[in-house]
Design a protein around this ligand. Structure first.
Ligand SMILES: Cc1ncc(COP(=O)(O)O)c(C=O)c1O
Length: 398
């Protein structure tokens, strides 16, 4: 019997952590763990103080409204309208227990068994996993060397079972920021076929361009096509408090209310309270975090030529990620545990972001560079540049 969970693969991050078992790292050469995109530090002290005050508020310990606290929905609507230059009402916002749950609620409201959702590859593995567990086919849309998906190519994949196209921008795992015209082309395509465009903007606050990354909210009835997803995990370092959001048509959110009520009843109150406090007080702090991430991104660009000289290629860079091609004969999945043992570096192989059996990711690694500072990035690139493993035969060689 195939159960819902047997229909998909094990989560990649715990699997990668197992490569660390039994390996010791000398004090002068600690592990550089660039496998997971998660802030390691706690939220800033002023937010922690607000959370400490909230612990004394009775409401923090109770169930709240299923689609989120009204005051948080209002604060995010205001923030969203300001950021994207469009009109967003509190009724177009739902608060979830993290952005992964936002995706799950969205898919539950849009699809049934046998339906299809188009995902560009390399894909965010939890999107693929949830589609598997929902009996929905994830239809891979290959992206080419620049990792930017093409709406015309997506059009050829649309069938009468297609319900949605799901994009992530800035992208996980590719790092790339989808240009506004790409996002507009996907919006127009979705609208033409009566599909929904799901746009996961978890990394919105680390975009290299200030201001709106697209103009989709300028369309009067945007919510008939567009569903945006957001996470408070990265921007406010609230990973453990599970706060995310869906920005969508109120009628669709009403459908998702059934999912949310059954699965979580409501998003955790402490996370909601902290998210609202952050939205109202931390604009400057978030801007500083963005500056730091952009500095780390520059450090990757600055150090990459040393790797390029050894045959590595930088395919994508942005938000929390670099997506790179290695020059070696073995596949990335074979190399990844060896990188831990011999270089003290933990990375996820590209094959974790492609359909099973698709060799496209065999030469790729995702680098979650946001997890280390500029000095760590210099050390990381030096360790990779020092590897003298057998190289792949040049392309076209027998
Ligand atoms: C694209 C994307 N969506 C969603 C999530 C999950 O976010 P959350 O912690 O809010 O569930 C992540 C986390 O890595 C992500 O990269």
């Amino acid at each position: 019997m195939t159960t819902r969970t047997k229909a998909t693969f094990p989560p990649p991050i715990p699997e990668a952590r197992r490569w660390l078992d039994g390996v010791t790292f000398p004090p002068g050469r600690p592990l550089i763990n660039l496998s997971q995109a998660a802030p390691v530090d706690p939220p800033p002290p002023q937010m922690r103080a607000a959370m400490a005050r909230a612990i004394e508020t009775p409401q923090t310990h109770l169930y709240g409204p299923v689609l989120g606290n009204d005051s948080l929905r209002a604060a995010l609507a205001e923030n969203w309208a300001r950021h994207y230059g469009g009109t967003v009402q509190p009724g177009q916002i739902a608060i979830t227990a993290g952005c992964n749950q936002a995706f799950a609620a969205t898919i539950a409201a849009l699809t049934t068994e046998g339906d299809e959702v188009i995902l560009p590859v390399p894909w965010y593995f939890n999107h693929k996993m949830w589609l598997d567990m929902s009996g929905v086919t994830a239809v891979p849309l290959h992206t080419g060397p620049d990792l930017i998906p093409d709406a015309a190519a997506a059009e050829t994949l649309i069938t009468d079972r297609t319900r949605a196209i799901a994009l992530v921008s800035p992208n996980n795992p590719g790092g790339v920021e989808y240009p506004p015209q790409t996002l507009r082309a996907f919006f127009d395509l979705a609208r033409k076929y009566g599909l929904r465009l799901i746009l996961d903007e978890t990394y919105r606050d680390f975009h290299s361009q200030s201001g709106a990354p697209h103009d989709l909210l300028a369309v009067t009835d945007w919510d008939q096509t567009l569903i945006q997803l957001y996470s408070f995990s990265k921007s406010y370092r609230l990973t453990g408090h599970r706060a995310g959001a869906i920005i969508a048509d109120p009628a669709l959110l009403h459908e998702m209310e059934k999912f949310q009520d059954t699965v979580a009843i409501c998003a955790p109150q402490m996370g909601q309270m902290a998210a609202e406090w952050g939205l109202r007080n931390l604009d400057q702090w978030v801007a500083e975090q963005r500056d730091e991430i952009l500095a780390r991104r520059r450090a990757i660009a600055e150090h990459f030529p040393a790797l390029q000289a050894k045959g590595w290629k930088l395919l994508g860079l942005g938000a929390y990620f670099a997506y790179i091609e290695h020059p070696f004969a073995d596949t990335a999945a074979q190399i990844a545990p060896k990188l831990v043992r011999e270089a003290g570096v933990l990375l996820l192989p590209g094959s974790m972001f492609f359909p099973k059996g698709d060799p496209s990711g065999d030469r790729h690694f995702r680098v979650a560079f946001a997890n280390t500072d500029a000095a760590g990035i210099a050390d990381f690139t030096a360790r990779l540049a020092a590897l003298d493993w057998p190289l792949a035969a040049p392309k076209g060689a027998a």
